[in-house]
Design a protein around this ligand. Structure first.
Ligand SMILES: CC(C)C(=O)C(=O)O
Length: 278
């Protein structure tokens, strides 16, 4: 057992109910999301991402209902830069003890897209989200396939506009651990205001590196890991929460708020609920 006062707290952001649900043919019901969210809350998960109303209209109600039941965790909803999506999430989290809007913007620029236009979109969408909520995460969608110069500018802009957490996703799971650590290292050195936000990572397992990439990012300054129960998520899945938490529990420098005695129940409950859905 390590002395927790000497170790750095890592925020655990669970996306089972949002990214995880993408892997399911039959979507979760609101009651199933509430049941799983209550387990995640008791387990000590810091942030629970419940849905993406912009893509699935049922998710707005689910975020609202889960918000009313969860006692401790921050409840989060995903939105694109579309103002209607941002206000939908803001309304859905209003009953939460703590709420967060997770905004994403694709940062791999298409051939005919002006960088300045995308920076303007990042700035206005983050500012709008901040008008509704003090806790705003900005996710650089497809960061691992973006141009490094543009990614640095985009992150700097999001922080200047009020993002309190910056997430660097390996959206298509294409990064090897050495490449992902180079990317995080570059951001830590080149983005002048990087210290003004919490750095998060959101890794996919297409190459089998979601957990390893998440853990290497901690060594470079990331302080939030986005993961899911049983690694459920789009395509090959996300980083497995149980594996991430266990690795951190055995690390001399970091700790999480997770009570590991709940991991088995969370995993079993999800497996039962999704047995006919996958
Ligand atoms: C929308 C973002 C956060 C995502 O799920 C990804 O990049 O994989």
């Amino acid at each position: 057992m390590y002395d927790l006062s000497q170790t750095v707290k890592i925020t655990i952001f669970d996306t089972t109910l949002r990214d995880g649900e993408l892997a399911l043919e039959r979507k979760l019901t609101v009651d199933q999301k509430i049941r799983l969210a209550k387990i995640l809350d008791k387990m000590g998960v810091d942030v629970i991402e419940v849905g993406y109303p912009g893509a699935f209209s049922k998710d707005a109600d689910e975020i609202f209902m889960v918000s009313k039941q969860v006692k401790h965790s921050t409840i989060c909803g995903l939105a694109s830069s579309n103002p209607e999506e941002i206000t939908a999430v803001a309304a859905a989290i209003k009953k939460a003890v703590k709420g967060r809007i997770n905004l994403f913007t694709p940062v791999r620029l298409k051939a005919n897209t002006e960088a300045s236009e995308v920076l303007q979109i990042i700035s206005s969408s983050v500012s709008l989200a901040r008008d509704h909520c003090p806790d705003v995460e900005w996710s650089a969608f497809d960061a691992t396939r973006s141009h490094p110069d543009f990614l640095c500018k985009a992150v700097e802009t999001a922080i200047k506009s009020g993002a309190t957490t910056i997430s660097i996703p390996d959206s298509l799971g294409v990064a090897q651990p050495s490449e992902f650590s180079d990317l995080i290292n570059m951001l830590m050195h080149r983005v002048p205001n990087i210290e003004q936000s919490t750095l998060a990572v959101h890794c996919h397992d297409d190459l089998g590196f979601a957990v390893e990439n998440s853990l290497v990012a901690l060594e470079l300054g990331a302080r939030q890991i986005e993961c899911s129960i049983n690694g459920l998520g789009a395509r090959a899945g996300n980083a497995d929460l149980g594996k991430v938490v266990e690795a951190i529990a055995n690390h001399p420098t970091y700790h999480t708020a997770i009570d590991q005695s709940w991991l088995h129940q969370a995993s079993e409950t999800l497996s039962q609920l999704t047995a006919v859905s996958t």
